[in-house]
Design a protein around this ligand. Structure first.
Ligand SMILES: Nc1nc2c(ncn2[C@@H]2O[C@H](COP(=O)(O)OP(=O)(O)OP(=O)(O)O)[C@@H](O)[C@H]2O)c(=O)[nH]1
Ligand SMILES: [Mg+2]
Length: 466
């Protein structure tokens, strides 16, 4: 291999230096009809032209046919040049679209690296969009969510965020806080001027009014998190009730071992599924007993209980073909009581409906996991329990980071209210301090006040080339 080829290989494996033109394959690995290599930075155009032979000069924002050549011919490609003023990254950008062969794309990338580009870090194109003010942090995060969305609902929520829906809401939440802070600071800084001062009662009321929409937005997190991460649906019940059979029936595959002997499932078993548009994680668990036979079974039961505590919805599977004993009743009661205490929905699923019914337990739905009957009713019920409200048009909080920042801002407002009550003479200083903190927490969401480690963490979640 020629020397520049070695240099390119080195650049592929060594850590990048900041502030240069970056290059990456922007399409997924593997063979495909098309593949794209992107370059962004001051030198994007000359670097691209070092390995491209276009028939005409590259025109801004239009595709030009060119031959790619580096040491030997690579491919016939389409190159599109976006000058900084019209480029998504806010700097010169060239996209080279070639046949989607991993070898072709690797050689195009190596040609770019040999000409002075450096390999892009994960998410660096989006990071440059953010740093160049083309989008704020919530929009940058939405790019990642959009790519990863597993259902149409999750995709829609990410699109609202990408279009600036969340940023607008945060701006609307900040406005009254800023207004309040300005009024308090005007009083503090210019007590001699005749600015009408706020009474303690007024400030307390204004703070409560400002906190309410913050709390409403934070409350969408439960639903938003389910959309982003998936709802955890835990299948629990007594041994042999048909839990693993239900998991298999919902997945449409023989994922879990099913056996006539009780105590087959020992460990928890998780599998992703799309349940009524909501990405879900179905969790099969060991049958619950009050007295466990051995240590493995005890661990299995503990894991089942942990999964139950951490789930969004429990499916309590009850074998309706069996006469219930005292232990069955007490385990069922405990599951229902625990879920009620924690405010988690439970669906009682009467299984084995293909067999004669031998108990009078009232369930929410009757199915046969074996004969696969009643499953549509169950799916409908799951969808309704997980998404009781109609889809709102507004933003949903889907990220833990946004939720924590919102909660933090609400806490600061509560502390400002408390300060106003506790120190009637000195409240203005303290309230102003908490208001500034609340504004900073909201600024973290959009990126105006986000520390470097938050930014690093966000962009490292991206794939290379995005
Ligand atoms: N007739 C009938 N049998 C079923 C049905 N669902 C499950 N079974 C049978 O019940 C037995 C136990 O099923 P599993 O799915 O392994 O039950 P489980 O609750 O996972 O059991 P453990 O893992 O031991 O707690 C197997 O023989 C299944 O074939 C059903 O709807 N109808
Ligand atoms: Mg099982």
């Amino acid at each position: 291999m020629a020397q520049n080829s070695h240099q390119a290989q080195e650049a592929l494996t060594h850590s990048p230096i900041k502030g240069e033109t970056i290059a990456a394959v922007a399409t997924a690995s593997g063979c495909a009809a098309l593949g794209i290599v992107r370059l962004s930075g001051e030198q994007a155009l000359p670097i691209a032209l070092s390995f491209l032979q276009p028939k005409a000069p590259l025109k801004a924002r239009s595709a030009t046919l060119a031959k790619a050549h580096w040491e030997t011919p690579i491919d016939e490609v389409l190159a599109t040049y976006f000058p900084a003023s019209q480029s998504p990254t806010g700097e010169d950008l060239v996209e080279v679209s070639a046949h989607g062969s991993p070898l072709i794309l690797k050689r195009l990338l190596m040609a770019a690296l040999a000409a002075g580009a450096r390999p892009a870090r994960p998410g660096e194109f989006t990071q440059r969009r953010f740093l160049n003010g083309r989008l704020d942090l919530t929009q940058a995060e939405a790019v990642c969510d959009l790519i990863r969305a597993k259902t149409s609902e999750a995709q829609r929520a990410a699109l609202v965020q990408l279009e600036g829906g969340l940023s607008k809401e945060i701006a609307a939440l900040r406005a009254p806080l800023l207004d309040l802070l300005i009024r308090i600071e005007a009083n503090l800084d210019h007590p001699e001027e005749d600015i009408p001062s706020l009474s303690v009662a007024e400030i307390r009321q204004s703070l409560a009014q400002a906190a309410a929409p913050l709390l409403n937005l934070a409350a969408t997190f439960d639903r938003g998190r389910r959309l982003a991460e998936g709802a955890r649906i835990c299948i629990v019940g007594r041994p042999n009730a048909g839990k693993s059979s239900l998991l298999n029936a919902l997945l449409g595959t023989d994922r879990a071992i099913v056996c006539a002997s009780a105590g087959t499932t020992r460990d928890t078993l998780e599998e992703g599924a799309d349940i009524g548009g909501i990405p879900s994680l179905l969790i099969d668990t060991a049958g619950l007993r009050e007295h466990c036979g051995d240590e493995v079974e005890r661990s299995g039961v503990e894991r089942a209980q942990r999964a139950l505590r951490a789930c969004d919805l429990a499916l309590l599977v009850i074998d309706q073909s069996k006469t219930l004993e005292a232990e069955d009743e007490s385990v069922h009661r405990r599951i229902l009581e625990q879920a009620a205490q924690q405010g988690r929905p439970v669906i009682s699923v009467l299984n084995k409906a293909d067999l004669p019914c031998r108990n009078a337990t009232r369930g929410d739905v009757s199915i046969s996991a074996k004969a696969k009957t009643g499953l549509q009713d169950l799916l409908g019920l799951i969808g309704r329990r997980l998404a009781p409200a109609q889809l709102s048009e507004g933003s949903l909080i889907t990220s833990v980071r946004h939720h924590q920042a919102l909660r933090g801002a609400v806490q600061e407002l509560e502390q400002a209210r408390a300060a106003a009550a506790r120190w009637p003479a000195l409240w203005e200083d303290r309230a102003a301090c908490h208001l500034r903190q609340a504004l900073r927490r909201l600024g973290e969401i959009t990126g105006e006040a986000a520390p470097d480690e938050i930014l690093e963490g966000i962009f490292s979640r991206f794939c290379v080339g995005k």
